[in-house]
Design a protein around this ligand. Sequence first.
Ligand code: 93A
Length: 526
Amino acid sequence: MQALLSVYNKSGIVEFSKILANKGFNLISTGGTAKSLVDAGLKVQQVQDVTEYPEMLDGRVKTLHPKIHGALLARPELPHHQEDLTKYNIKPIKIVVVNLYPFVETVSKPSTTLLDALENIDIGGHTLIRASSKNFQNVIIIVDPSDYKWIGERIESSGLESITLEERKKLALKAFQHGCSYDAAVTQYLSTVDIKDQTIETAKGNPSVEFPGEFVPLYEKKADLRYGENPHQKAALYSIPNGGGIANAQLLHGPALSYNNILDGDAALKAVREFSQTACVVIKHTNPCGLSVHQDQAEAYTRAFNGDPKSAYGGILGFNRKLTLAAATALKSVFYEVIIAPDYEPEALALLSKKEKLRIIRIPEAATQEAFTQPDIRTITGGALLQSPNPIIKDESTKNWKVATTNQPSEQQMKDLLFAWRVSKHVKSNAIVFAKDETIVSIGAGQPNRSQSVDICCKVGGDKVKGCVMASDAFFPFADSIDLAHAANIACIVQPGGSIRDQEVIDAANKFNIPMVLTGNRNFLH
Ligand code: 93A
């Protein structure tokens, strides 16, 4: 019996091949893979000894040969296939282990040239996958090293034939999916790479920020989820391999993540990465109902919680720094569904792990700080909308702000205005944020008119709103919101400006001596 091994990622291949060798398989392999196996003391037949052609064209042609593909595509039960095998001296291959050149990793590097990218488009390996998968009744195809263990154990205990037809089909399906997302990545890369006025050696592509003529997301399925937004909806999680973010986060403790947990966890991550200072957010239904920045993380948590203690129950907590034991101690008595942080002090993790229902998530390294480069994608009936992500608001952005009123905000108020402005970016439009001491006091989210959001802020904040700053994610179309702000004793306002009634709105602020700052840009979130 013959096995063909040709892998870029060589982890686990020696151990798996040893099992095959012990079971009497003839191991056939390509250059680098063969070397790893020989170095480990295994007897290997080189592909070039089977094909009687050397690997050529810098390895572009290794396994592309009828002696290999005849061995993969033959159906031994058909007499005329048997005749061909005998006539051309081809021996069937029963098991194929392949994984492809690292195309996604290669094009993710900003320094990658077009030539590097093209060299990393795997042709032969891909063809091995397709041929073996097409003939899955006769050939076992393995593309995922995590399958070595169970298949190895099975072959060892019960032989190759014990792998059932259903299992073979699943492996073939996985292999086709693997090839499919690989081709999607190539398609996306080629549709965005700019080769105008550049040599093939130097042309660089950045597939993540431009909008291609044809868009094929390069997502890989990560998990089936129990259900979707509601129990009667089916759902699954897909991720961009090595793409960071919540889709590649690690669940350290607790029950499996739900669709809504992931969605809210994403909102938490996006909200805390807006701040370079130590921050804590409480998310409910994708809106931050509490958020605070403070150099003491436990204090940031307590302030965020106190923003709206009633709504915090069952919320999603987000941190942009390693979670300390002090913060874990402060939060442990409240019921939260999920907590996300870039890391956890061991004592903090141990303490929180006592809470059975709490899902504790570690966000991949640097994800709480790095800028988004992935486009925002949203499906619509019959298509999709893409946009570049709304960038992180820099401290320097206040240099472009204009004070529209006679009264100027104080330095402390400017700090709070910038804080509230940043928060308003993460609240569903029409968004109004009341804040004090870089902490949310109340939010008005998702209302069909702006003054209604102001109203909600006043009601939810109650006595606490006195002296707050107010941020609005888009301009005030009328002066009614300023009247409400005055009645609530709001100290200062930030908003984009740009309404045809700006003057009326500014006049109202002047009438009440409320300083008002115009940012010049809008932060809708629909
Ligand atoms: O350049 S290729 O597209 N041409 C081929 O004929 C071929 N056959 C296998 N790349 C080819 N492979 C790939 O080589 C496999 O998919 C695998 O990723 C890699 C293993 O090469 P080596 O064993 O030399 O490290």
